[in-house]
Design a protein around this ligand. Structure first.
Ligand code: C2O
Ligand code: CU
Length: 473
C-alpha cells in the first residue's frame, strides 16, 4: 500500500481546550421530510490518490462510497432512486428491519430497476445504528466496482463523543494502471475464499494517516463492504471499546484478543479515547490474515494541546433498540448446514429443483449449499418457513474449511452460543461469522412478514449458491 494522506474532516475537530464533550450534530431535520435523490451511475474515483490515474467505478451519485444517508431514529427514510447504468440494479438496506417491499431484492421484493428507471424507497427507521446500502443483483461485480454507501441512523438523544466518523473498509483487485480487474466470478474465487483484492481502501481512498486530537473521544463506525476480505484491526497504544455490533448497542467491552474482527457485511461501532500525546503517531494493524499482517494506517496526533487531560467522563453504553425477545423455551429449532467449496465434501446438491452431481454444479459455477440446496436466482422455494411471531433458534454448522459471514434480511438475531459455549456478551446482529467446523446458535422472533434472503456475505459464495429464503407467513 502506498502512503497517501487520508481525508480528515477538520471541520469536525474541536478547538483545543474545550472541556466538555460536544454533542453530535444531528441529522438536519429537513431530511425527515425531504426526499433524497440517489443515482446509480458510472464514475471515476481517485482511489490511489494523486498523481495516480483515477479508477473507473460504478457508484452512487458519482462517488465511492456513495453519499452518507443520515437520519434520526424514528424518522422515515425517503429515497428516490434512479438507475443510470445499462445494467439493472436494486438498492438493499443492509441490516435494517423494514417492510419486505422495501428490501431491494430483485424478483422477490421488487422488479429490477432497469436503465433509466426509478424506484422510491420509503420506510420508518426503527433502529439507530450503523448500516449500509448496496445492490442485490450481480453483487460480485456491482458492489465490487464501488456501488455501496453508508446509512447512519442517529440515536434519539445525542451521544457524548467529540467526533463521529465512519470508515467503510473495502478492497479492490487493481491492475498496475489502477483499473479494476474484470475477472468477476472467477472460478477460483467462487470455489474458495472469494474475490480478495490487492488494494485496501477506507472511504474510497488508500489510507495513509488519520488525524486526531489528543484527549478526544471518537465514535468510529467500521463497516466492512468488501466482497470477501476480512479485517481484524489492532489499535496500537489505544484501548478501543466496542459499543455496538451489527448496528445494535451492546454491553461496552474490549474487543476479544484486542482485535476488531469484521467479516464482509459486518459492522462495529467503537469508542476510542485518544490517549496519546500531541505529535504522537500510532499504527493501526490489520492482521486478519495471520501470515500477512500490514499497517492499515497511522493515527497521527495534531501538535495542539490536549482537549482534556483525563478521558471523557461519560457513559459508553448506547441506548438499546427495541427488539422482541425470543422465547427460547418455545422456539422452533432449525439447523442449517453450510457445505461445499473446492476442497469440500459436497458430492451433489439441488439446483433449480434438480439434484445435480458436483461436476454438474461446477459446470454451472455453483459450489456452495445450504442444507444441500444451491441458489441460482433469488426467487426459490423457502429454505425455512415460520409463522409470524414464532421464536426461532437457528443453528448454523459450518461443514467447510473457510469462514462464512451469514446474513439475514429484515431481522436481527441474538447470538447465543458458539460451539455450545454461551457468548460473554449479548449482541444483536444481522451478520455473524461462522468459522470452519464451528456451530453458531442464534435466536430471533420471526416477526416481519415476507420472503427474506439468508446468505453468506462473501459475495462469491452467494453467487455460487450459498443463499436461501426464510419465509415469515
Ligand atoms: Cu448486505 Cu443480502 O445483503
Ligand atoms: Cu461463505
Amino acid at each position: 500500500m502506498r502512503d497517501k494522506s487520508f481525508r480528515v474532516n477538520r471541520r469536525q475537530l474541536l478547538a483545543g481546550g474545550l472541556a466538555m464533550a460536544a454533542t453530535l450534530p444531528l441529522a438536519p431535520r429537513a431530511q425527515a421530510t425531504r426526499t433524497i435523490p440517489l443515482v446509480a451511475k458510472y464514475g471515476k474515483a481517485q482511489i490511489a490518490g494523486l498523481p495516480e490515474p483515477m479508477t473507473d467505478v460504478w457508484c452512487y451519485d458519482g462517488v465511492v462510497p456513495g453519499p452518507l444517508i443520515r437520519y434520526r431514529q424514528g424518522e422515515r427514510l425517503r429515497v428516490k432512486f434512479q438507475n443510470q447504468m445499462t445494467q439493472g440494479t436494486t438498492v438493499h438496506w443492509h441490516g435494517l428491519r423494514l417492510p419486505n417491499a422495501m428490501d431491494g431484492v430483485p424478483h422477490v421484493t421488487q422488479p429490477v430497476v432497469e436503465q433509466g428507471e426509478s424506484f422510491d424507497y420509503e420506510f420508518e427507521l426503527k433502529d439507530a445504528g450503523s448500516f449500509w446500502y448496496h445492490p442485490h443483483i450481480q453483487s460480485t461485480q456491482q458492489i465490487g466496482r464501488g456501488l455501496y454507501g453508508p446509512l447512519i441512523v442517529d440515536e434519539r438523544e445525542p451521544v457524548a463523543v467529540d467526533r463521529d466518523e465512519y470508515w467503510m473498509l473495502d478492497d479492490w483487485r487493481m491492475s498496475p494502471e489502477h483499473q479494476v480487474v474484470e475477472d468477476f466470478n472467477d472460478e477460483q474465487d467462487l470455489a474458495n475464499a472469494g474475490r480478495i483484492g490487492n488494494t485496501v481502501s477506507i472511504n474510497g481512498i488508500i489510507p495513509g494517516s488519520f488525524e486526531v486530537a489528543a484527549g478526544e473521544r471518537i465514535r468510529l463506525r467500521l463497516l466492512n463492504t468488501a466482497n470477501a476480505r476480512y479485517f481484524a484491526l489492532r489499535f496500537t497504544g489505544h484501548s478501543p471499546v466496542v459499543v455496538a455490533l451489527g448496528g445494535h448497542a451492546c454491553e461496552p467491552h474490549s474487543p476479544p484478543e484486542g482485535r476488531v474482527l469484521l467479516g464482509p457485511g459486518m459492522r462495529a461501532d467503537l469508542f476510542i479515547d485518544m490517549s496519546g500525546r500531541p505529535g504522537d503517531s500510532f499504527e493501526i494493524i490489520d492482521d486478519a490474515y495471520e501470515k500477512k499482517p500490514y499497517r492499515l494506517l497511522n493515527l497521527v496526533y495534531r501538535p495542539d494541546p490536549p482537549l482534556r487531560e483525563n478521558p471523557l467522563d461519560a457513559a459508553m453504553r448506547l441506548p438499546a433498540n427495541v427488539v422482541p425477545e425470543p422465547d427460547l423455551a418455545n422456539a422452533a429449532r432449525e439447523e442449517v448446514i453450510l457445505e461445499g467449496g473446492a476442497k469440500g465434501a459436497l458430492i451433489a446438491g439441488t439446483l433449480d429443483g434438480n439434484l445435480l452431481s458436483l461436476s454438474e454444479l461446477v459446470k454451472r459455477g455453483k459450489y456452495w449449499a445450504l442444507n444441500g440446496v444451491l441458489s441460482h436466482q433469488h426467487k426459490m422455494p423457502p429454505l425455512l418457513t415460520f409463522k409470524r411471531g414464532q421464536s426461532v433458534v437457528l443453528e448454523m454448522y459450518n461443514d467447510t474449511y473457510v469462514n462464512h459471514p451469514m446474513h439475514i434480511h429484515g431481522h436481527t438475531f441474538q447470538v447465543l452460543k458458539r460451539d455450545g459455549e454461551p457468548m460473554p456478551y449479548r449482541t444483536w446482529e444481522d451478520t455473524v461469522n461462522v468459522k470452519p467446523r464451528e456451530r453458531v446458535e442464534v435466536a430471533f422472533v420471526a416477526d416481519n412478514p415476507g420472503d427474506w434472503m439468508f446468505h453468506c456475505h462473501i459475495l462469491e459464495h452467494q453467487e455460487a449458491g450459498m443463499m436461501g429464503i426464510v419465509r415469515v407467513e
